[in-house]
Write a protein that binds this ligand. Structure first.
Ligand code: FES
Length: 188
């Protein structure tokens, strides 16, 4: 009986530990990551966001993010997007978690339009390929790139909320933020 009790208690302890470590490792907070004036249409800017790790303040969590702002051509390639929309893509591949780079020179066939053009998010591990708007078009990833909510403040500051992960989907393109004219989002 003593042995069974120890086994039972250790099972409960490990279940509690699993739950605790999950909540402890969550990304939290809103962070200013740049200014709209510096995020040119068509550009992708990599940003590393550090957030405190509960119970271990000296060892923060990191989220690797791409800020992206679509130009006219990119918006046209992604149904649901609009020129000037801003996105914060989590670079963690939804397949097995590799860090996904933007590859300007990588040319790929877009199955949505039939066109071939350079400039894709391309996972180096197993080749999952995502469009300018983070939409998965190829590879073993089960969905499009996950995103974080973006807010553009009145002074143009870009704020990313890493506490809410927006699960990637075929509708990624619709979920960008269109800056207002006041924040510098007007077309030239
Ligand atoms: Fe990205 Fe497998 S981890 S495709």
């Amino acid at each position: 009986w003593a042995g069974l009790s120890v086994l039972f208690l250790s099972g409960i302890a490990s279940a509690i530990n699993t739950l605790w470590s999950r909540s402890a490792s969550r990304l939290t907070g809103r962070y200013v990551v740049g200014n709209l004036a510096d995020l040119l249409p068509g550009s992708k800017t990599p940003v590393t966001i550090q957030t405190p790790r509960r119970g271990d303040p000296l060892n923060p969590l990191q989220a690797e993010v791409y800020l992206a702002r679509l130009d006219e051509r990119q918006a046209a390639r992604n149904p649901g997007a609009q020129e000037g929309m801003v996105y914060a893509f989590w670079r963690k591949c939804p397949h097995l978690g590799c860090t996904v780079p933007w590859v300007d020179s990588f040319s790929f066939h877009d199955p949505r339009s039939g066109a071939t053009y350079p400039g894709w998010f391309r996972c180096p591990c197993h080749g999952s390929t995502y469009s300018d708007a983070g939409v998965r078009v190829f590879g073993p990833a089960p969905r499009s790139l996950d995103m974080f909510p973006v807010t553009i403040e009145s002074d143009g500051a870009i704020v990313v909320d890493v506490s809410q992960v927006m699960r990637g989907s075929a509708q990624n393109a619709e979920h960008g933020v269109l800056p207002s004219a006041e924040t510098g989002g007007a077309r030239a």
